[in-house]
Write a protein that binds this ligand. Structure first.
Ligand SMILES: [Zn+2]
Length: 262
């Protein structure tokens, strides 16, 4: 068990040249002000229209290189971010995903191509961040085969080993004070509102010293296989999240007219 105080890791998802630069700059200034070393989850070859928010930012790759040089960890955020597979994911948080259920050899080539694209831009991807938490045993095998042994996902309170890959859990989508453990806070920079950036800033002002980096996490918490009690606790946390999301969907569907609810 990890002693107090809690540690926090920030993860920014959906980064690609057509992201919202305007939204991103709010978070980049927080990274610089608080000297943060987050996970930057970059889509290598984005084809998802939802992530085509602005004309391509000519400075995007240089921004990512500079942040990596300052200690950020580059994440491979899928390949094209097209989440059209309905395969069963190990976590099962979304109905569709990019990877889960896709043929093993296709997953391997997507991961290999994604890594080559990011490396071609001078980045050194070291961790996998699955779009919509969607991945299966073939994804983990492909990551191992391509030399990536780190994943950002799961609901434990400390990094752990599973299927030959070290998982750094990601359990939060906004800042929440915790007593102990390691908590990754995921921020979708394209869609986060000013209020969310302000809330994060406030949290950082109070807890900046508790924010850590992937390198320090691996040094401090040597990932090990979860004990049965830890596994059950992580499963319970996952189910609580699934239930609260389902309840949220039901509430929204009850409020919305039928034509808007699909
Ligand atoms: Zn994403």
């Amino acid at each position: 068990m990890i002693s107090a105080p809690a540690r926090y890791l920030l993860r920014f998802d959906d980064l690609c040249p057509t992201f919202s630069v305007e939204c991103w700059l709010r978070f980049q200034s927080l990274i610089e002000e608080f000297r943060l070393q987050p996970i930057l989850a970059v889509v290598p070859d984005n084809r998802d229209p939802e992530l085509q928010v602005s004309p391509p930012d000519p400075s995007f790759w240089e921004r990512m290189r500079a942040l990596e040089a300052a200690g950020a960890t580059i994440g491979l955020h899928g390949y094209r971010h097209l989440c059209v597979s309905r395969g069963r994911s190990l976590l099962g948080l979304a109905l569709t995903s990019e990877f889960a259920g896709v043929a093993a050899e296709t997953q391997r080539s997507w991961i290999g191509d994604g890594l080559r694209i990011l490396r071609g831009h001078g980045l050194n991807p070291g961790i996998f961040v699955a779009p919509r938490h969607g991945f299966d045993a073939s994804t983990l095998a492909a990551l191992r085969a391509e030399g990536i042994s780190l994943l950002s996902d799961g609901f434990a309170r400390a990094p752990f080993l599973r299927a030959g890959v070290a998982w750094i859990p990601q359990q939060l989508w906004g800042p929440v004070e915790k007593d102990s453990g390691l908590w990754t806070i995921c921020v979708h920079a394209n869609t986060a509102h000013n209020a969310e950036a302000a809330q994060l800033r406030q949290f950082l002002a109070a807890h900046a010293a508790q924010f850590t980096s992937v390198d320090r996490v691996l040094f401090r918490f040597q990932p090990a296989t979860l004990t049965l009690a830890e596994r059950l606790q992580a499963e319970a946390a996952l189910w609580r999240l699934k239930l609260s999301r389902t309840a949220g969907r039901v509430r929204r569907a009850a409020r919305l007219p039928r034509s808007n609810s699909s």
